[in-house]
Write a protein that binds this ligand. Structure first.
Ligand code: MV4
Length: 502
């Protein structure tokens, strides 16, 4: 086993990985940019090293600097978390060459699954169902028009280097095809430096169901069941849960076996997620492989009892999986809500500033994976995820109730967050029914605004406590970025309000 791991990430996921290291008796080495000196991950790790300026390209994406740092501090392995370098085959290769273990898939498998067209070809050749459409880069308009006529409109243009919805276009008729193709290519070129696109049948209102898989370096592969991730806004997941309401035991078993096979034929190792689209007739199609630990991994941990980060580390160290598929079971129901520093009443505009007060919800079956603390300033340079709130309960209904109570118990003062929006999402009648498709947010929350109303007693009491902590002698006015030192509580606390519109 490794004695020290470098964690090439920040925020809640870096904290999550540090905890796994600590439990395994492995020293943790945090890295941070100049904007993250006060980061929670820096405080919690055993050691920490600054790797450069705030811009991610100069710090968290700086491959050479990170590998050098691992060498200098004697870390034998690097955990990339999610985002940044997590799915970068070049980084995995450089680690391999430097004799440092990349805690993730091998670089060849990363290359394969990162190329959506190659992945489609590989899956199709192994009998895995893919969405009908092209299996090579679209050569020109004529070829696309012919394919679209064959499979029937509506069709979807997708970027081969794709992901995150970039370069994707829905095309409903031949008239729309040329503009769709050209704008898709332009967007793909801008986002990935590669204008390759292809075309496939558009699946209307699908569910997004993904399977967690673990593959060791000795050919053993198990799946840890599904996560339902249909509640998304502009390809940003908001709420995830497991089990999915859409699967029967039989469908779950078939999809799970397909997910194992997908990673087997990709000669994949370590943790991975196989994404499927599920259509209205419950037909499933392979979509893509996410070659990383995912943001939503905790719902799988709570229902299977397996620590996915520890499994990743064990696999990377060359251990054989001790899990057997037939022993794995899902127990109860888990839901995750993502807490972002965004203002959901203002089109999810990123919200910056200082966390003046944080009260994390607690209680039986409540887990809070956070990267924040009272007094911490949210940097503007990175993804605005602050924390994840995850609950577990015996049934879906009780998990929904537990999530509602936990969100009510959750206080973040000083910045806008998605908490009020999440409260409305998880108490929506359609959500409570389990009727969650990828169109849910668009259909029910298009122009959502926070209900105005007087703050409750809890918020008032906490506001008073926060103000008391922020005494004038600490020059809070200036620290909070105000022109002059002012002690009006309304100015000190920024844009949040009690009863009154700002
Ligand atoms: C699709 C689709 C419908 N038909 N492909 C969105 C992200 C990218 N990874 C794949 N995505 C989709 N591909 C076909 N042929 C609908 C989506 C899609 C979606 C997929 C998963 C989760 C949320 C989504 C929201 C909108 C569209």
């Amino acid at each position: 086993m490794f004695s020290k791991i470098l964690i090439a990430n920040r925020g809640e996921i870096a904290v999550r990985i540090i905890r796994a290291c600590r439990e395994m008796g492995i020293a943790s080495l945090a890295v941070y940019s100049e904007a993250d000196r006060a980061g929670l991950h820096v405080q919690l790790a055993d050691e920490a090293a600054c790797i450069g300026p705030p811009a991610a390209v100069e710090s968290y994406l700086n491959m050479d600097r990170i590998i050098e740092t691992a060498r200098a501090f004697g870390a034998e392995a690097i955990h990339p978390g999610y985002g940044f370098l997590a799915e970068n085959p070049e980084f995995a290769r450089r680690c391999e060459r430097a004799g440092i273990v990349f805690i993730g898939p091998n670089s060849r498998a990363l290359e394969l699954v990162g190329d959506k067209i190659r992945a489609r070809q590989t899956m199709e050749n192994s009998g895995i169902p893919i969405i009908p459409g092209m299996k090579h880069v679209a050569a020109d308009f004529a070829e696309c028009a012919a394919e679209a006529r064959k499979i029937g409109y509506p069709v979807m243009i997708k970027a081969s280097a794709g992901g995150g919805g970039k370069g994707m276009r829905i095309v409903c008729s031949e008239e729309e095809l040329r503009p769709g193709l050209e704008s898709g290519q332009r967007e793909a070129k801008a986002a990935f430096g590669d204008e390759s696109v292809y075309l496939e049948k558009y699946i209307e209102d699908p569910r997004h169901v993904e399977f967690q898989v673990l593959a060791d370096n000795h050919g053993h592969i198990v799946h840890l069941f599904e996560r339902e991730c249909s509640i998304q806004r502009r390809h940003q997941k908001i709420v995830e849960e497991t089990p999915s309401q859409a699967l029967t035991p039989e469908l779950r078993r078939r999809m799970g076996e397909t997910a194992r096979k997908a990673l087997q034929v990709a000669e994949y190792n370590n943790a991975g997620t196989v994404e499927f689209l599920l259509d209205r007739n419950k037909k499933f199609y392979f979509l893509e492989v996410n070659a990383r630990l995912q943001v939503e991994h905790p719902v799988t941990e709570l229902t299977t009892g397996i620590d996915l980060v520890q499994q990743q580390i064990r696999i990377a160290a060359g251990e054989k999986l001790s899990l057997r598929q037939e022993d794995l079971v899902q127990r109860g129901h888990a839901i995750e809500c993502r807490i972002y520093a965004e203002d959901p009443s203002r089109n999810f505009l990123p919200s910056s500033g200082k966390v003046l007060y944080l009260r994390e919800p607690r209680g039986p079956g409540v887990r809070h994976d956070g990267g924040i603390y009272s007094g911490w300033e949210v940097p503007i340079y990175y993804d605005p995820i602050l924390a994840k709130l995850i609950v577990w309960a015996e049934t879906r209904d009780s998990a929904c109730a537990r999530m509602a109570a936990a969100l009510d118990d959750y206080v973040i003062l000083g910045i806008s967050t998605t908490i009020p929006f999440l409260k409305d999402v998880i108490s929506h009648p359609r959500f409570l029914e389990g009727a969650t498709t990828t169109a849910f947010i668009k259909n029910h929350f298009e122009n959502w605004r926070e209900k105005e109303g007087p703050a409750d007693g809890l918020t008032l009491a906490l506001a008073a406590a926060a103000l008391d902590e922020l005494s004038p002698s600490r020059k809070v006015g200036k620290a909070a970025g105000l022109e002059k030192e002012v002690y009006s509580p309304w100015q000190m606390l920024g844009r949040w309000k009690i009863g009154e519109k700002p």
